[in-house]
Design a binder for this molecule. Structure first.
Ligand SMILES: *Cc1c(COP(=O)(O)O)cnc(C)c1O
Length: 484
């Protein structure tokens, strides 16, 4: 490989603002005072904060440089499995910034918020259509909060039936947030083992499902990047015992316009707008995790809900069985505008989005499976999962491979997840990458494999081209130093 995507380039040393500051410098000029000075009262005056003195250009350069150290989907390929780091078209940002949306306040009366309410109402209908379910609330502010809403709906439904239940089945390929959300609702998670070909079997579900089990929470496509092919049969087993099926639909990017979750027997599903529907994410938000339900469960959706009477829209609290409010107002509105804009601009091509996402992941899988260990050799969905089994004999690990990718200018994929596999690496190229970019990624992965055999220290010492090398990630998280 003589052509790198990454480069050492102009990497400048960047001291802290406190180190750079010099007493007396200033980055602003105030107009001449035209009133008499008055002393601050003592309580306010006190000791001022320890801010450094800097000129305007020093501040601009400091923050501009820091912003350039950031790697994002706008800088290059970001194949982070389970996270759908796809390109977010700029038109959606533009709509979210329209003054009428960006400046609207949730306390403005509904007569003056008709556009915002209409957008929420229509978005909920579009998402119902995309998921195949009947009713939606866009109130949850993250995928995990959508799960929590779903579990609260499970509990409210069973209470309403007069038969509260205490357990929930959770496959070992579920996303980690699933058992956490169930536990927050007081459910005890019962682990369900994945079958030999990476998906659940109806027999395993039948063996564990009983009348004290509220239902099953299944990530579909699951975290091995595989579609749970027996969902309908499994739903029938769970329903026969009075249980419900929750589908974690954060991986909707693989199945839009292809899978009808209602027909598959799903009762509750959440979608991650910040993954599939064009909101830049990572680093903790903001997000939106709409919860979609069947007609039977609609009365339990979070309130308030946007209702339409004649031609006007209102927020209504009149849902006596509702699980109640999940947020101060109505979720992260800016994210909803982006999703609405994305859905209207992509339209019926949402299906093509999913098909391309799946095609790209399968292409990578086929091009790498002769060298990297592929635990499930069958068609995958939006991501393909390898392990470090073939690297072990060269004394390099998944972590080393991920770090070496940084030297070549790629953001590393998700590693050591899902936990059901040893040394996993999850690659999700998404639909937005071109054939050339994907080929370059494949060539790089093959080159790194060659290095592992001939020059393993290039991997164990990676990254070698970056400003900082291998960081102590645990201490950084456990004992963060947040001030200069
Ligand atoms: C990302 C993800 C979640 C959690 O979503 P957040 O918005 O980060 O809370 C849940 N399930 C799956 C499968 C995911 O990929």
């Amino acid at each position: 490989m003589n052509e790198f995507v990454g480069t050492q380039g102009l990497i400048l040393n960047e001291p802290l603002l406190w180190e750079r500051g010099r007493q007396g410098r200033t980055g602003y000029s105030l107009p001449t005072r035209d009133v008499d000075p008055a002393p601050l009262d003592a309580a306010v005056a006190g000791e001022g904060p320890d801010f450094p003195d800097l000129s305007e250009v020093e501040i601009v350069r400091h923050y501009t440089r820091l912003s350039q150290w950031n790697y994002g989907v706008d800088s290059g390929m970001y194949p982070l499995g389970s996270c759908t780091m796809k390109y977010n078209p700029k038109t959606n940002e533009r709509q979210a910034a329209l003054p009428g949306f960006a400046g609207s306040h949730p306390l403005v009366p509904s007569e003056l918020s008709q556009g915002a309410l209409q957008l929420i109402y229509e978005l909920e209908h579009h998402l119902a259509h995309v998921s195949g379910l009947d009713a939606v609330s866009v109130q949850p502010a993250a995928g995990a909060q959508g799960e929590l809403a779903g579990m609260l709906i499970f509990a409210a439904y069973h209470r309403d039936q007069g038969r509260p239940r205490s357990k929930i089945l959770i496959p070992d390929t579920a996303h980690g947030t699933n058992p956490a959300s169930a536990a927050l609702c007081g459910y005890k998670s019962v682990p369900l083992a994945t079958g030999p070909d990476g998906v659940l079997t109806p027999e395993d579900v039948a063996a564990l499902m009983d009348e004290d089990t509220a239902g099953l929470m299944v990530t579909n496509p699951n975290t091995l990047g595989l579609f749970e092919t027996h969902t309908r049969a499994i739903a029938d087993i769970v329903h026969a015992k009075g249980g419900l099926i929750y589908a974690d639909g954060a991986n909707m990017n693989a199945v839009m316009g292809v899978v009808d979750f209602g027909k598959a027997g799903i009762d509750v599903l959440h979608i991650n707008l910040h993954k599939t529907f064009s909101t830049p994410h990572g680093g903790g938000g903001p997000g939106a995790g709409p919860v979609c339900v069947t007609k039977t469960l609609e009365p339990f959706l979070p309130a308030p809900r946007v209702v339409k009477t004649g031609e006007s829209y209102q927020l209504s609290e009149d849902f006596p069985k509702s699980i109640g409010k999940l947020n101060a107002f109505y979720g992260n509105f800016g994210i909803l505008v982006r999703a609405y804009s994305y859905i209207l601009s992509v339209g019926t091509q949402l299906k093509d989005v999913s098909q391309h996402a799946v095609l790209n992941a399968n292409y990578i899988k086929e091009q790498l499976k002769d060298i990297y260990h592929l635990p499930f050799d069958k068609p995958c969905m939006h991501e393909c999962v390898f392990t470090d089994k073939n690297l072990e004999s060269h004394k390099v690990s998944t972590l080393d491979l991920a770090k070496r990718l940084i030297d070549y200018g790629f953001h590393p994929p998700t590693i050591y997840f899902p936990l059901v596999l040893q040394g996993a690496i999850m690659i999700e190229p998404t639909e937005s990458e071109s054939r050339e970019n994907i080929d370059q990624f494949i060539t790089t992965m093959r080159a790194i494999y060659q290095e592992a055999r001939e020059n393993p220290e290039l991997l164990t010492g990676a990254p070698g081209n970056t400003k900082v090398r291998r960081l102590d990630e645990t201490t950084a998280a456990r004992k963060p130093v947040l001030r200069g």
